[in-house]
Ligand binder design. Structure first.
Ligand code: FEO
Length: 170
């Protein structure tokens, strides 16, 4: 049995990760409408990764004989009125998710739940990578976004992103 608070936070994270998937699908939706298919691809794959994250939390709870409650997923609430707004919303969201992961880690640490801390180690590293990716996208857009040819090339680069399953297997 997991500590009740740790269990609740892990269960909430299932929902938060599915929300992240839904949010990034909305970002992809924005870029599809803009005609920037590479950006749309990048965020569609991001959405797939978020679903994977949700399922890792789901499976971890079941592997520990805990039930999972599936709550309603909130409507994506970011105002997407420019390319840069979307990219910055992505970074802001990842920083928020990092704070959530850190919060679960702190709760597990408090009750000496070393198993959960070890499980979360992968997510701590993943959040570092996701914030870096979001920052890199913003930097590239700042450098190249105002020039149509450069934007075309950046879009082509992002079209090359392919999905790969998470390295963490439960
Ligand atoms: Fe599941 Fe983008 O953090």
């Amino acid at each position: 049995m997991l500590n009740a608070n740790v269990k609740d936070l892990l269960n909430q994270q299932v929902n938060k990760e599915f929300y992240s998937a839904y949010l990034y699908l909305d970002f992809s939706n924005y870029f599809e409408t803009r005609g920037l298919d590479g950006f749309a691809n990048w965020y569609k794959i991001q959405a797939q990764e978020e679903r994977d994250h949700a399922m890792l939390f789901y499976q971890y709870l079941h592997n520990n004989n805990e039930s999972v409650t599936l709550d309603a997923i909130a409507k994506p609430d970011k105002v997407l009125d420019s390319d840069m707004t979307v990219l910055k919303a992505g970074l802001e969201h990842e920083e928020y998710v990092t704070s959530l992961i850190n919060g679960i880690y702190a709760a597990a640490y408090e009750v000496k739940d070393f198993r959960t801390m070890q499980f979360l180690d992968w997510f701590v590293k993943e959040q570092g990578e996701e914030e870096t990716n979001a920052n890199d996208l913003i930097s590239k857009m700042e450098l190249f976004g105002s020039d149509p040819k450069s934007l075309y090339m950046l879009n082509s680069e992002l079209a090359g992103r392919t999905y790969s399953a998470p390295s963490l297997v439960l």
